[in-house]
Write a protein that binds this ligand. Structure first.
Ligand code: HGY
Ligand code: MN
Ligand code: MN
Ligand code: MN
Length: 391
């Protein structure tokens, strides 16, 4: 809690409430500096990788290390725990292990992934996707923020070379086991600490509706081709389609040009859809796309759909999970609807996640919370996990 308090003033969003911390923005760079100082003060060697992620090493950097970490960026107006809890818990776990004079046989590394939320450049888990090759450097560097700054430009400004980005074999070889500690984000956990079993298949789709920009007063209703109408139908279709445990959300709509007395000429609508498996997710998105296309036709508008990112269901390594559950004296395993860098890494290295209880079930919002005692239990669990894996 002291570590979280250390950064409590960094990136507060007075307008939205909570925090807005985004990959390579001023605030995230300040948090990276904070992490670098905290890790260095503990005698860890901080080395950035080629893709904008930060590594802090206890022991020599090299293959088969035990790696833990999370991210420091947030959604717009996010909570204090999603991401930073995993980073400060990693630092605290190191302190605990040091205090008991543990001497790891394997190197331990802490990692901070860049742009996990995709809050600035639109694609979540950008740092881990780049590292694993799930997105190409070319595609990643072309992504732009709402001001038109590209990820490549932002990375360059932060001291990274876009030409050297991309799948990082060395970094992947260095991860023997990966553990991410995270605040649980629903109401799935009624004890202080649990383990993740799986992540829903999920992705993001942009729907661009195009109509005719015109005057809000002078244009008769029957003369309009207003793209806001099919955009609104998409929102309703998303709710209708998300049955049986599937989730579909529209959290962001951008009308162009966006004037109160202007019929928009186009509207961008972002759909976040998640479901148990690939087939069901595709089905939900297809149903919503069909409704959007038909609503667009009815209004004389056009619609273009772009899949901005997608990942199939993740099943975390069951062997590693059982092993860690044993170390922790038996803890529940639960699925989650939230995405994580651990989900990206799970396709490449044995990976597990520790969840810390969320008493309110709120996340991606200022009210996100975890009790101090549960956070402490999380640190102890992470320390035991690292100790077990690195001995
Ligand atoms: O959106 C997500 O699930 C994640 O927190 N990136
Ligand atoms: Mn999140
Ligand atoms: Mn997170
Ligand atoms: Mn006028």
């Amino acid at each position: 809690m002291t570590d979280l308090a250390d950064i409590a003033d960094v990136g507060r969003d007075a307008r939205r409430g909570g925090y807005s911390r985004h990959g390579f923005d001023r605030v995230e760079l300040e948090l990276r500096q904070w992490f670098t100082e905290e890790a260095t003060r503990r005698g860890l060697d901080v080395v950035p990788d080629r893709n904008g992620n930060l590594w802090a090493w206890w022991g020599k950097p090299g293959p088969d290390a035990v790696v833990t970490g999370s991210h420091l960026d947030s959604v717009p107006g996010g909570g204090a725990f999603d991401g930073p809890l995993g980073v400060v818990s990693a630092l605290q776990a190191i302190d605990l292990l040091r205090a008991k004079n543990f001497s790891p046989a394997k190197s331990i590394a802490l990692v901070v992934f860049v742009e996990e939320e995709g809050g600035r450049f639109g694609v979540a888990c950008l740092g881990s996707r780049l590292m694993t090759g799930a997105i190409s450097a070319e595609a990643a560097c072309k992504l732009t923020d709402p001001d038109g700054v590209s990820f490549g430009e932002a990375a360059h400004k932060a001291g990274f070379d876009p030409l050297r980005m991309g799948r990082d074999e060395q970094a992947l070889r260095n991860i023997g086991r990966f553990v991410e500690l995270h605040v649980e984000q629903g109401r799935g956990l009624d004890v202080p600490v649990g383990l993740a079993s799986s992540i829903l298949a999920h992705g993001r789709w942009r729907f661009t509706f195009t109509g005719e920009g015109n005057h809000a007063g002078a244009t008769l209703i029957e003369d309009r081709r207003d793209p806001m109408l099919p955009a609104s139908q998409l929102v309703l279709a998303a709710r209708r389609a998300a049955t049986g445990g599937a989730r579909a959300t529209v959290g962001r709509i951008v009308p162009n040009p966006g004037g109160t007395n202007v019929i928009a000429s186009s509207v961008d609508v972002w759909l976040d859809a998640r479901a148990a498996d690939d087939a069901r997710t595709r089905e939900v998105v297809a149903a919503i796309s069909e409704a959007a296309a038909s609503a667009a036709r009815e209004e004389g508008c056009e619609v273009r759909v772009t899949e901005e990112s997608y990942g199939d269901t993740v099943h975390f390594d069951t062997g590693l999970r059982d092993e860690i559950s044993g170390v922790l004296g038996g803890v529940p395993a639960l699925p989650t609807g939230a995405g994580h860098d651990a989900g990206i890494l799970a396709g490449h290295v044995p990976t597990t996640m520790l969840f810390v209880r969320n008493p309110t079930g709120v996340s991606h919002a200022p009210a996100e919370h975890a009790e101090a005692d549960d956070c402490a239990a999380g640190v102890v669990a992470l320390a035991s996990t690292l100790e077990h894996l690195a001995r």
